[in-house]
Design a protein. Structure first.
Length: 154
């Protein structure tokens, strides 16, 4: 469902994506609304499912995870459904996507070190063939969703 969002709501969304803890009064000053009007619009966007929650971003490195990796999995015949249930229990997995192409799964994971990575891969190989890419640095992370002018090209 494509929901049309007006300019004021886009302004509110941009503020919340930059800082989800910003006060409604502060957002209101930026977009030209009162705090109660901002609160009402935020509530409507939550009810419509446009705003789906608020998260705290934690540095994995500061809490003991020295490796971040992307792991792809090409599931063995009959192992995809069991994997889709098992992956929900793996604490190392930050994000997991079922995708098209040669691999069925792409996961973003955090690990303490290379030994933890080895043990983690050992747990995965019962489900399929893995390929691991250690992340060296983040180039873009948690980029905000921006209003796109439909008349523009790529």
């Amino acid at each position: 469902m494509n929901t049309r969002i007006d300019e004021l709501n886009w302004g509110i969304l941009q503020c919340l994506q930059s800082n989800s803890r910003e006060s409604f009064a502060s957002i209101g000053r930026k977009v030209g609304l009162t705090a109660p009007a901002v609160a009402e619009r935020v509530k409507k966007m939550e009810d419509m499912g446009i705003l789906q929650g608020y998260k705290t971003k934690i540095s994995p490195y500061k809490v003991g995870y020295q490796l971040k990796a992307i792991i792809t999995l090409r599931a063995f015949m009959g192992k995809l459904k069991p994997f889709l249930e098992a992956v929900k229990t793996l604490d190392e997995v930050l994000n997991c996507y079922r995708v098209t192409g040669n691999e069925n799964i792409i996961m973003e994971v955090v690990l303490r070190d290379q030994f933890h990575l080895e043990k983690f891969i050992d747990r995965l190989i019962q489900y399929g063939e893995t390929r691991t890419h250690v992340i060296l640095s983040e180039v873009v992370s948690h980029a905000p969703i921006k209003k796109r002018n439909l008349s523009e090209g790529i």
